[in-house]
Write a protein that binds this ligand. Structure first.
Ligand SMILES: Cc1cc2nc3c(=O)[nH]c(=O)nc-3n(C[C@H](O)[C@H](O)[C@H](O)COP(=O)(O)OP(=O)(O)OC[C@H]3O[C@@H](n4cnc5c(N)ncnc54)[C@H](O)[C@@H]3O)c2cc1C
Length: 204
């Protein structure tokens, strides 16, 4: 996920340009924003033989695509908008270190979005979203594998699974609920009791 600005060589190989000059009128596709999404669109369009122009106001992949956790995990297929998240979200919104920090401001669009987010925090939305997210994550995992094998591409793709540790009974109970939910959608996971952890991690 963290492609970074250092991949100028890969961009050259993939045959798309990075420029801040005037738009070249002969491009088949104009992509505004050179984050992971824009660059992937550019890559796949370019692979189809299209001439692509990417316009980026800063450095390529210097936004969210630079500062993320780099996780591509189907087990994270439970949407952010879920029951109980409204209260939690309100607390998170004012904490810059939280996963859902939104700079507080009086903005109509933001308020409308928050209202819709609140409306989506229900079991029906979760049931509808999990299979969609699972399929998206599974498909993107395959694409990442293909991208990692491209000539000149150099990013550390690792497949080690993910281990979550819970240090409160409430956290563990929430974790158990999540496990039950995603298991219903065929996402493999396992609950490891504390006394088996050392054995499970190979003595670490
Ligand atoms: C802290 C954090 C952790 C995350 N962890 C994960 C994770 O583990 N796994 C995961 O899958 N996802 C994760 N994400 C989400 C993921 O990083 C984003 O979904 C993804 O990077 C979005 O890519 P993007 O191309 O849409 O946006 P960006 O990477 O933000 O790219 C948008 C680009 O558009 C440019 N731009 C904006 N306006 C203009 C304009 N008018 N003209 C020209 N250029 C413009 C910006 O400069 C920017 O470079 C995380 C996000 C954050 C913030």
């Amino acid at each position: 996920m963290k492609t970074g600005a250092r991949d100028a060589k890969s961009r050259k190989k993939a045959n798309y340009s990075h420029t801040s000059k005037a738009i070249v009128p002969t491009a088949d596709a104009l992509i505004i924003g050179g984050g992971a999404i824009g660059i992937c669109c550019a890559h796949y369009l370019s692979a189809l033989g299209k001439k692509v122009l990417v316009v980026e106001k800063n450095e390529i992949c210097s936004g969210s695509s630079y500062g993320n956790a780099g996780l591509i995990v189907p087990s994270y297929s439970i949407p952010m908008a879920a029951p109980g998240v409204v209260l939690q979200g309100l607390k998170w919104m004012f904490d810059p270190q939280s996963p859902l920090y939104i700079k507080p401001r009086l903005n109509r669009q933001l308020l409308a979005w928050l209202w819709r987010f609140r409306g989506a925090c229900n079991p029906h939305h979760v049931q509808r979203s999990v299979p969609v997210l699972r399929d998206l994550h599974t498909a993107s995992l395959k694409l990442f594998e293909a991208l990692a094998n491209l000539d000149g591409m150099n990013f550390a793709l690792e497949k080690k699974g993910i281990l979550e540790l819970f240090n409160t009974p409430k956290g563990l109970e929430d974790g158990r609920k999540d496990i039950r939910l995603i298991k219903d959608y065929g996402i493999e996971n396992r609950l490891v009791p504390k006394n088996k952890l050392k054995e499970y991690l190979g003595g670490i």
